[in-house]
Design a protein around this ligand. Structure first.
Ligand code: AMP
Length: 175
């Protein structure tokens, strides 16, 4: 893989006190703006898998969409969005959760993924784990086969991974 974890780490910009005091915001836009780093991020996120291993990649509103959609194309899988409440037009399942800052409700279409589909959850960042748990709860309601939850960044000190229980969880960059 031509892009190292160190290259990716150097592409992430830390913004202190955004969106409120005490939050160290990990800005991934410099990674997206670099063709080399964006491709490298997708290569790392999909590394354990070959096309044919995964049926569906699920991405979480909004930054997760960027990585999950690119990962889905890379793996020749479908892409399914988990969206914020009120955005999906058809029947939905919903789950509420707390963020590192604020709270939110996530939704997925009730027919988004066929039961038993080999499913990869991709998001940009694992912080407290609330978002990921809500997304995983939505996926369990659809009775998918969850293969892995993969994150570009994990803030290990927030121990979000502990909330994910038995879910195979992998992150590329850790703080
Ligand atoms: P959490 O539910 O606490 O695991 O938060 C995860 C989501 O919130 C991720 O999808 C990120 O988009 C966003 N997020 C939380 N904390 C940060 C942070 N320090 N920097 C950038 N994004 C963050």
């Amino acid at each position: 893989m031509s892009v190292s974890i160190q290259d990716l780490t150097e592409g992430i910009r830390n913004i202190p006190d955004f969106p409120k005091p005490g939050i160290q915001f990990k800005d991934i836009t410099p990674v997206l703006a670099s063709p080399k780093l964006f491709q490298g991020a997708i290569d790392h996120l999909t590394a354990p898998f070959q096309p044919g291993d995964i049926d569906v990649v699920v991405g979480v509103d909004a930054r997760g969409f960027i990585f999950a959609a690119a990962a889905a194309l890379h793996l020749k899988a479908g892409f399914v969005p988990v969206r914020k409440q009120g955005k999906l037009p058809y029947d939905t399942h919903e789950e509420s959760y707390d963020l590192e800052y604020g709270s939110n409700t996530l939704a997925i279409h009730t027919d988004a993924i066929a039961k038993g589909s080999r499913t990869l959850l991709v998001d940009d960042l694992l912080a407290t784990g609330g978002t990921a748990v809500a997304a995983l709860n939505l996926l369990s309601r659809l009775e998918v086969q969850l293969v892995e939850a993969a994150f570009l960044i994990e803030l290990e000190f927030l121990k979000g991974r502990d909330l994910l229980g038995n879910t195979p969880t992998r992150s590329i960059i850790t703080y």
